[in-house]
Design a binder for this molecule. Structure first.
Ligand code: GDP
Ligand code: GDP
Length: 440
């Protein structure tokens, strides 16, 4: 394989239209449609380009996972070779046939591809006209993301597919393929107003765990992150420069600390918002929380200095949370004393729970069931309707809704609430993306 050029592999069971698609991509410079069995059985690599970008297309010749289906005709050697080229390719395009639907062979191919590190696109072929378009949604079930309708024969949709393939290349415009989200180090930002107790909390957390602690440069020049080994695995505390030392010389200004906190939040999976409970939830706390929430970062609220509060103050702060932080929904609120350590032990289990929600994948069927019920109970105005939905991404949970027309924002908030309730997504931000589809 040409090491220099990015590669796009085309895979799928026989007869879905891989060769036709390949020809289409190559612009008919190579005629390789199988006229007789065996012609496309060899792996073919062809130079191609799209929008001025050169790449190599790899035809895997009817690749099927070894041992799948009952294909006496499948040559094991071809399969092994195809598998290798698939693993080595930057982007894989899995081709399926909209007229046939999902076969067990398709499922086997998809299962193999779901384990792949790099991006995979699903091309639903033989969508020769718009009346075939609704057929493509079934293929969401393959678990490989939004399907692309194409007609390899007529060229329909192939440009969109190639755009997406180019965007998914490692050095493509604006793409980041996360190699393995599950094993990534969890990043946590400890934020709050000056004097809320961030340093005290941080020092207690590293002290209490007797964990292995090491400093690493952060992404910007003057920041230092601290990685701590905990029972949850390594946790990266973002921008801890001022927190390791017990007595800091500089007292950050409110404004500077806000900017700094937001930069830290941008790099984090979770924010711990430390609130000085002796002061109550202030306007600055509210602003900070709003910005964190808008960044799509889940929040755990820590009411610190709980040891200092009498009963009256404890009641007052509950009101403050309702009033100023209600938009955080069901975000976890922990009452702690960073100074005495009381309540701090509940922090790691809470983080574990939030991150599990954050990374959760909900089966497409369940998502659609909830949306169907929600819409039956309260239909959207003017005949607007969600036709189909899927969880397109986790971190944070992001649902893609395919709707026949624009849905009002209030209605989307209603659907979001129902999804939250149904799947217990209490404290994480949930994102909804809406796509218009002609549908029925
Ligand atoms: P492969 O085995 O996956 O390489 O499939 P081929 O490219 O050989 O195509 C299989 C059959 O499907 C051929 O008869 C093609 O003409 C037909 N085919 C491929 N693409 C399309 C398409 O977009 N629309 C229609 N209607 N037929 C197609
Ligand atoms: P930071 O500016 O947010 O990092 O706040 P510090 O951690 O430096 O804490 C500010 C002051 O609050 C220090 O004097 C701490 O000892 C005190 N403090 C922090 N946490 C608690 C707590 O839980 N209870 C009490 N009573 N004091 C605390």
């Amino acid at each position: 394989m040409d090491k220099g050029l990015p590669t796009v592999a085309i895979v799928g069971r026989p007869n879905v239209g891989k060769s036709t698609l390949m020809n289409r991509i190559l612009g008919h410079r190579e005629a390789i449609v199988a006229e007789q069995p065996g012609v496309t059985r060899d792996r073919k690599e062809m130079p191609a380009h799209w929008q001025g970008r050169p790449f190599t297309v790899v035809d895997t010749g009817g690749w099927l996972p070894r041992g799948s289906g009952n294909h006496a005709t499948m040559d094991g050697k071809v399969s092994a070779q195809s598998e290798k080229s698939m693993d080595q390719s930057d982007v894989v395009v899995m081709v399926v046939d909209c007229r046939v639907g999902i076969t067990s062979d398709d499922e086997a191919v998809a299962a193999r591809l779901r384990g792949r590190k790099g991006p995979t696109l699903v091309a639903v072929n033989k969508v020769d006209g718009s009346r075939h378009e609704p057929l493509i949604w079934e293929f969401l079930r393959l678990g490989l993301g939004d399907p692309f309708p194409v007609s390899a024969l007529h060229g329909r949709g192939v440009g969109d597919l190639l755009d997406a393939a180019m965007a998914a290349l490692p050095d493509g415009p604006g793409v980041e393929a996360d190699p393995d989200p599950g094993s990534r180090t969890l990043s946590v930002a400890v934020v709050g107003r000056p004097n809320a107790g961030k340093s005290t909390l941080f020092n207690r957390m590293i002290g209490e765990d007797r964990s292995v602690v090491h400093d690493q440069p952060g992404t910007t020049r003057d920041t230092i992150d601290t990685v701590v080994d905990t029972e949850l695995g390594p946790i990266r505390f973002v921008d801890t420069a001022g927190m390791r030392r017990r007595a800091r010389i500089d007292q950050d200004t409110e404004y500077y600390s806000l900017l700094r906190a937001l930069a830290a939040v941008d790099r984090s999976d979770i924010a711990l918002l430390v609130v000085d409970a002796t002061v109550g939830v202030t306007h600055q706390d509210q602003r900070l929380a709003e910005r964190i929430d808008a960044a799509g970062c889940p929040v755990v609220v820590l009411l610190n200095k709980w040891d200092m509060l009498d009963t009256e103050a404890r009641e007052a702060i509950a009101v403050g949370i309702d009033r100023r932080l209600h938009f955080l929904g069901e975000a976890a609120v922990l009452r702690i004393s960073a100074l005495t350590g009381k309540g701090v032990n509940r922090l790691l289990p809470e983080l574990r729970e939030v991150i599990a929600e954050y990374r959760r994948r909900i089966p497409t069927q369940a998502v659609n069931r909830v949306l169907r019920d929600a819409q039956a109970a309260h239909p959207a105005p003017d005949g607007a309707r969600v036709l189909y939905a899927t969880q397109g991404a986790s971190d944070p949970p992001t649902f893609t809704l395919f709707a026949n027309r624009t849905l009002p924002r209030t209605y989307l908030r209603y659907l979001e609430r129902r999804l939250r309730e149904a799947f217990g997504l209490g404290s994480v931000p949930v994102k909804l993306r809406v796509r218009r589809r002609s549908g029925e």
